[in-house]
Design a protein around this ligand. Structure first.
Ligand code: SAM
Length: 280
């Protein structure tokens, strides 16, 4: 498409990166195209994008043929730059200036095509947004998959297997309702400005139903208690749940001297269901 290089867009619209908005822009359109392709953007889907910024990934999503892109950007400075992208792809890009934590994305993207979420997330709200999407009710949700850039350390936690050092609350929440998979790592030099750490693109395919039934609020409480004191035995770390912990663990058939990191997703779902039952 006949749009100026992203460096020129940044200069013309004065889009110097703001740390407070987690702005690390991707200017390499080969890389943004790879993300768009591997996310599955194409004529059969509508894409929901958070934080289009100067619009590099947005252009690629449109270039690979996404039927429609709905993008929510908090930074008012980016809106005029994105209007140029909208004009280059008539009727296919809708930009909304808002905080992605506050919007009703299901309503914004509603229509007759499946929705995928694709974003180079602002690192300071990445886990808040991911949690918003993973805990949405009802399940299966309004989107088919998520393909998101994270700091590598967060990607490690999201894709960790039971028993590993990085295994924790995020691994359980992600695996409960989706199948997370790391696509590739991205070096700091790919961004402007360069962050201090490596990044990774992770894709999550939604499961038609969760690995096991559980109330999402109680599942969060159980994992928060268990991993809040991950080096302690469960009989001690789960005390904050306000139920008889020995009874809880015996009903779940879990040895009370085990630690959180060896309990798989099914085990945590069983604990959450029994807690719900014990609380009546
Ligand atoms: N997509 C662009 C790219 O790849 O170059 C920019 C990515 S940058 C890491 C994150 C973007 O999210 C920025 O444009 C920033 O202004 C925007 N942003 C930060 N916090 C936001 C929020 N709460 N809601 C919506 N957008 C936000």
């Amino acid at each position: 498409m006949n749009l100026p290089p992203l460096r020129d867009v940044i200069r013309e619209y004065g889009l110097q990166a703001k740390k407070s908005l987690g702005q690390n822009f991707l200017l390499d359109l080969n890389l943004t195209r790879r993300i768009a392709r591997e996310a599955g953007a194409g004529p059969d889907v509508v894409v929901y994008e958070v934080g289009p910024g100067p619009g590099g990934l947005t252009r690629s999503l449109l270039d690979v043929g996404a039927a429609r892109v709905v993008a929510v950007e908090k930074d008012a400075r980016c809106i005029a730059a994105l209007a140029d992208v909208s004009a280059a792809y008539p009727g296919r890009l809708e930009v909304i200036q808002n905080d992605a934590r506050e919007v009703d994305e299901a309503a914004l993207t509603a229509g007759d095509k499946p929705v995928i979420i694709v974003a180079n997330l602002p690192y300071n709200v990445s886990t808040v947004l991911l949690t918003k999407w993973l805990l949405v009710e009802p399940w299966p949700p309004w989107f088919k998959s998520l393909t998101l850039m994270f700091q590598k350390e967060v990607a490690d936690r999201l894709t960790a297997s039971v028993g590993s050092k990085a295994y924790g609350r995020l691994s359980i929440l992600a695996n409960w309702r989706t199948q997370p998979r790391r696509l590739f790592d991205v070096s700091p030099q790919a961004f402007v400005p360069a962050p201090k750490v490596m990044s990774s693109v992770v894709t999550f395919d939604t499961r038609p139903s969760p690995i096991a039934e559980a109330d999402s609020t109680i599942l969060q409480q159980v994992t928060a208690a268990a991993f809040g004191q991950r080096r302690k035995m469960l009989r001690s770390s789960l005390k904050s749940l306000d139920v008889d912990v020995e009874e809880l663990l015996s009903r779940a058939n879990i040895d009370s001297s085990l630690r959180a990191e060896v309990i798989d997703v099914e085990g945590f779902c069983a604990l959450a269901s029994i807690v719900a039952d014990m609380r009546g």
